[in-house]
Design a protein around this ligand. Sequence first.
Ligand SMILES: [Zn+2]
Ligand SMILES: [Zn+2]
Length: 550
Amino acid sequence: MAYTVSMQCTKCDQQFEQSKKEVEVYKKFDAELPTICPDCRHHRHLIFRNERNIFYNTSHVTGKKIVSMIPPTSPFRVIDQDEWWSDKFDASIYARDYDFNKPFFEQFKDLQKEVPRWARLFVNCENSEFTNNSAEVKDCYLTFSSYESENLYYCTRVFKSNTCIDCMNIKESEYCSRCMDCQKCYNVHYSQSSEGCSDSYFLYDCRNCQNCILSAQLRNKEYCILNKQYEKNEYEKHKKEFLKNLARNKRKIEGEFKELKKTLFYKNLRLINTENSLGDFITGSKGITNGFYVVDCEDCFNVRDCSKCKDCYDNLANEESELCLEVDTSYELYNSKFCTYGVSLRDVTYCEQCFKLEDCFGCIGMKQEKNLILNKKYTKEEYGKMMKRIKEHMLKTGEWGKPFPPHLSPWPYNITTAYGYYPLTKEEALGKGYMWHEEQQEAKHFGKKYEIPIDINDVDESICDKILVCEKTGKNYKVIPQEFKFYKTFNLPIPRISPDQRYKDLLALQPPKKLRDTTCHTCKIPIKTVYPEESGYKVVCEKCYLEKVY
Ligand SMILES: [Zn+2]
Ligand SMILES: [Zn+2]
């Protein structure tokens, strides 16, 4: 892609490039060319997404206690998804006339205060009350943004997998724990960026390996420890000791793993079965610019966590969509812009939490309708006329073609996905106009501190009744029976860290979703990479990587 304009971000002052294609795209969507860089745009999208925080709340309609991604302290109303789908719920009762004497975003904010929101977003989920943003999952617990899976606990973005704990961005895997960016793995634990491996622990960038411990960049190997080949018998002996002492030696082992990772040559960008693309962790795609965690997409730029999208620009977590601009957390959208939490929308602008709409503008909580403005129904002709007037009005107010400003996010900053990547203190967040969620004081546990036995063989099911204390944060947490069974089956120690901190630790292993210029460690050609300078990693171009690792 030929770059044409170099710009300075009006938010972070960073220089960024605007391509000819971007200028054309924004023009085609009748949208204003952004003055902030793609990273700041990503940050804004993250503010509109609550990926993994759920709370007990009360249904606005029935008064029933429900599990909700909206905290009870929020000013917004909430209803259960079942209630939302019922014929009894119709958000057109909140419809209003467009007020040409008031900025649009203010009118939208007023609507936000009244229309009850989905408690959670899920499609065809079974026995998985404590999940969100998921589809076709069964028997899952505290699992988010996952689909077509069963028995997942504390997982985020896990697809087509079964019985996994503490995994992130995993595909087609079974019986894995504490894994990230892996696929087709079986009984693999504490591993990263590996594929087709089984019965292994602490792997990094391995392919088709079985029975390996603390190893990296191996291909088709068996019985390796610290990349060294062992005989089967010897390996089994070591493995037994390793598992027995895993809880005691965890920190030492993690340290060794970290050191091992420093000795490697890193491929600058993880582009898998992908053509003509720039970004990291792009699979089965082509024509992607500045994409991160992108699967089966075509001709998109500035996209993150998207799959099966075509011609989508500045999108976060959009799936099976085409021709979308500035869209986040959505599914099956066509020719739509500035939408959040939308499902099956067509020719829709500025809508939130809507389903199956066509030609709509500024709606919240509407389903199966056409020609709506601020939830009010118009005829096709009226809609066309109104939209002309609204455009004129919004050009005057300076709002036309601009995305929702961040203060329209319905989430307190510290429960948005942004918080994990761009942490702010309460004062900073409030100062920027965001809401803040006060964590409820945990009931203090005065009982005798329970010491988790080092050896899993000394643990029985009664541990599920105990209140455990996180070694890192001091927070209380529990082990659920399914988890206990898993650790027992695979002879793994009970975690001494709370699930929330385990998620944070996993997230910290992921390279930033941001490209930087560098040169290949070996051949010195200029390359782009996501690994930060301070990681000290030896980053190489694809050619040099293939020479070294294969
Ligand atoms: Zn910026
Ligand atoms: Zn090179």
